[in-house]
Design a protein around this ligand. Structure first.
Ligand SMILES: Nc1ncnc2c1ncn2[C@@H]1O[C@H](COP(=O)(O)OP(=O)(O)OP(=O)(O)O)[C@@H](O)[C@H]1O
Length: 119
């Protein structure tokens, strides 16, 4: 049913995050890394602009992983048999996580270079 109340949609979204946390090792790992990154930002008193960029990068990785996990779950349910198109779809979804992760690492390095004048 479409157009459910806002509170209910938030609850569905949180259930999705919880589901991914319970099912997916990689989502748990990325979640722990993201928490450590936020703690690091606070502990090192990183400037707000850099903190915002780094948090966006970490959130992008987690969001891509959620989408990847959602696609995998749906594909495995709808089409458990092996097929070249399924392989391509799963590989592309994995590719989105990979690209976001590379970008997040680059953002982190740029922040360190910029703040600590390593460059
Ligand atoms: N039904 C299928 N048909 C063809 N290739 C598949 C199929 N299922 C998986 N693969 C291939 O195996 C790879 C791994 O798929 P899998 O579903 O195990 O995901 P995963 O990346 O290992 O994620 P997770 O460990 O989180 O489940 C895919 O990226 C794809 O290349």
């Amino acid at each position: 049913m479409k157009n459910r109340p806002f509170g209910e949609r938030i609850r569905f979204a949180l259930c999705g995050v919880k589901e991914a946390w319970q099912r997916e090792n990689s989502f748990r790992t990325q979640g722990v890394v993201a928490i450590l990154v936020v703690v690091g930002l606070l502990a090192l008193r990183i400037p707000l602009t850099w903190s915002a960029i780094v948090i966006l990068a970490a959130a992008l990785v987690l969001a891509m992983e959620l989408t990847n996990a959602a696609l995998e779950a749906m594909i495995d349910r709808l089409h458990p048999e092996r097929h070249a198109d399924i392989r391509a779809a799963k590989d592309m979804a994995a590719g989105s996580v990979f690209l976001a992760s590379i970008a997040a690492v680059v953002v982190g390095l740029l922040m360190l270079f910029s703040l600590y004048s390593i460059w």
